[in-house]
Write a protein that binds this ligand. Structure first.
Ligand code: GDD
Ligand code: MN
Length: 368
């Protein structure tokens, strides 16, 4: 029989925790093919949440209490993961809020996804069938929707609809591998870091729709300003797409700068100047992408380096052909009035996605 451990972080959830544990047990008792345990990670709640859990433990041996300092929800989770992994031999770890925003009735759907091969299951508020509370203020709605859009675009991983939520289930070994990466994210951004790690490990990700309801008791501990700032910092440091765009910017400056130097200042012929500047940009783009933007997918060895350098030239040649063909056609049909604007359009709408997709599929491929 497989074991799932449900980890619930709490800070001042005295009005919720007992009812929630009962509600979870009612659902999980019906799933006879799995054994469930609950770990409450309480950060010294002044409202004595921990005392309530201690008294539940007297009659329910499958409930555990881990007491920690108040270091944020992320830290509570990583400590909860370590505790569960060391003590409870889990196959799967769940994350769940203590305030009934996450309905325990969804647990069987998570289990079903795990049983059909998923490594990481996300409870999604933004897929068909999921929802955020209607009674949330417009500011919280915008914040939540926008936050998710920013992360989806930032990672260019559009297939995942909910990056920030806290209702999830994952294979225990994946959680175990993630600790080193996620441990430093102490706040709500932890959820993004954990999912990003799973994606980069090529975990099989599945989503189930959830209807997120607002809490009736107690208050939210989220600090929106701080959170948004952490989201941007995280994406900036960890998104290969954002890094790829920056590498492209460096290449663009090199291309134009070197062309100017060689042609205007050194008086080289235009064809040679252009050839040299373009090649410098290609070499810079390749090196920075290889050792920085896509470094997590880089295969070691000098052989792979040159093989990929060759492929990179092929992809660059492709983008040269696309640009030359489209700009020539444009000029032929519509003249040259907006030709630079058109070139910018081609770069943003065709070249950037084209190169990004091919870099991922052909050069820095997923290791399987
Ligand atoms: N141990 C511990 N320590 N628990 C904490 C801490 C902490 O510092 N801060 C918050 N929690 C617990 C809360 O008691 C609750 O059980 C859960 O973490 C979620 O906290 P809320 O304060 O209720 O968060 P929310 O409802 O505003 O935020 C929701 O949306 C976020 C963004 O999408 C949650 O679903 C989050 O998990 C989610 O990341
Ligand atoms: Mn909440």
């Amino acid at each position: 029989m497989k074991t799932a451990v449900i980890i619930i972080p709490t800070y001042n959830e005295a009005d919720n925790i007992e009812r929630l544990i009962k509600a979870i047990m009612q659902i999980t008792d019906a799933i006879t093919s799995w054994s469930f345990k609950i770990v409450v990670v309480d950060s010294k709640s002044p409202d004595k949440t921990a005392d309530i859990v201690t008294s539940i433990r007297k009659t329910s041996p499958s409930v555990y209490l881990l007491e920690t300092e108040k270091e944020g929800i992320g830290k509570a989770y990583s400590r909860g993961f370590v505790y569960a992994l060391e003590k409870l031999k889990p196959d799967v770890l769940f994350e769940m809020d203590a305030d009934f925003s996450h309905d325990p009735k969804s647990i069987p759907q998570f289990i079903k996804k795990l049983e059909s091969g998923a490594d990481f299951v996300i409870g999604s508020r933004y897929m068909k069938g999921g929802s955020i509370p209607k009674d949330w203020g417009i500011d919280r709605k915008i914040f939540s929707v926008l936050g998710n859009v920013i992360v989806r675009l930032g990672f260019m991983k559009l297939s995942i609809t909910d990056w920030t939520g806290g209702y999830r289930a994952m294979r225990a070994d994946l959680a175990s591998q993630s600790i080193k990466h996620v441990d430093k994210y102490t706040g709500y951004v932890f959820q993004i870091a954990l999912l990003d790690f799973a994606v980069k490990q090529h975990a099989r990700i599945a989503e189930v729709p959830i209807k997120f309801t607002d809490r009736k008791y107690g208050v939210s501990k989220i600090n929106s300003g701080h959170y948004i700032q952490n989201i941007f910092t995280y994406i900036f440091n960890n998104s290969s797409f954002v890094k790829y765009i920056m590498v492209g910017g460096v290449g663009f400056i090199l291309d134009f700068g070197i062309l100017y130097l060689l042609y205007r200042l050194a008086g080289w012929p235009i064809w040679l100047s252009q050839l040299c500047s373009a090649e410098c940009a290609i070499l810079s783009n390749f090196t920075l992408n290889n050792f920085w933007a896509f470094s997590h997918k880089r295969e070691a060895g000098i052989h792979n380096f040159f093989k990929n350098l060759g492929k990179f030239h092929g992809v660059s040649m492709g983008s040269l052909i696309i640009q030359t063909a489209s700009i020539t056609a444009y000029e032929h049909f519509w003249g040259d009035t907006y030709v630079f604007l058109f070139k910018m359009g081609v770069i943003f709408l065709i070249i950037i996605p084209y190169s990004y997709v091919l870099y991922n599929r052909v050069i820095w491929k997923k290791k399987k």
